[in-house]
Design a protein around this ligand. Structure first.
Ligand code: SF4
Ligand code: SF4
Length: 231
């Protein structure tokens, strides 16, 4: 019922499934039905996603938010018709931008996996109501998005320090840690959503989890070498 409930993951999933355009309709700003002002969040989310789309080579005009009230049927019809016209002009998703289908899917899958990280990193700006309408176009910048991705955080378990206590694996929200009794633990970087929980969870006496910023993660220890040698 609230545009603030639209998560970036919903939008990216739609594009991943090949939808050519996503239109979000929200109540007028400052006229929230629930006093939560979720439409401000929706607006910021759209501004952020539009910059991310630009960053991965998708035309940001494929995503639109418009504000209107339930009684403004004419506004709704006009907004949707003009959006549909625009999307038709842009052509099928990716093809209009000259992107190869599989490459686009893989970029969208990567963005989708990183949504929780992106939301944490941009939380402050996402939840701050954008009161100055003139700032809309510059609220998020392409340089900021470039920095967000190039200085991406990763987490790595040092095989020399891991004591296979399994604490991190139990706390990981997405089961991204390859874990077994008396086996050195390994983070599956393809599944990891970069929440940092494992870093907090690893007991200080082991200190086996490291945060890596903007650099490649060392390759995982081979499976046959993961048996923990006690001592
Ligand atoms: S940062 Fe750690 S706890 Fe969080 S998803 Fe990645 S492996 Fe799991
Ligand atoms: S919490 Fe630390 S020591 Fe325990 S399994 Fe995870 S990385 Fe290894």
């Amino acid at each position: 019922m609230c545009s603030g409930r639209v998560d970036p993951a919903h939008v990216i999933r739609a594009f991943y499934k090949g939808i050519d355009g996503v239109f979000i309709g929200g109540c007028h700003l400052n006229e929230c039905n629930y006093l939560t002002q979720g439409n401000y969040y929706a607006q910021n989310m759209v501004l952020l996603l539009r910059k991310i789309m630009e960053y991965i080579g998708l035309n940001p005009e494929r995503l639109k938010i418009e504000f209107m009230s339930g009684s403004e049927g004419n506004v709704y019809v006009e907004a949707v018709n003009s959006f549909v016209k625009k999307v038709k002009e842009l052509g099928p998703l990716g093809r209009g931008e000259g992107l190869e289908k599989e490459a686009l899917k893989s970029k969208l899958a990567e963005v989708s996996r990183l949504i929780p990280y992106i939301k944490v990193m941009k939380n402050e700006k996402l939840r701050t109501p954008l009161l100055n309408r003139e700032e809309v176009d510059s609220y998020f910048t392409i340089d900021e998005i470039d920095k967000l991705f190039s200085e991406m955080v990763s987490y790595y378990i040092d095989p020399e320090k891991c004591r296979a206590c399994m604490t991190c694996a139990r706390r990981c929200p997405v089961e991204a840690i390859i874990s077994a009794k008396k086996q050195i633990h390994v983070i599956d970087q393809e599944k990891c959503i970069k929440c940092g929980t494992c870093l907090e969870a690893c007991p200080p006496k082991f200190g086996a989890v490291t945060k890596i910023v903007g650099e490649p993660v060392p390759p995982p220890i081979p499976e046959e070498k993961r048996a923990l040698v006690s001592g």
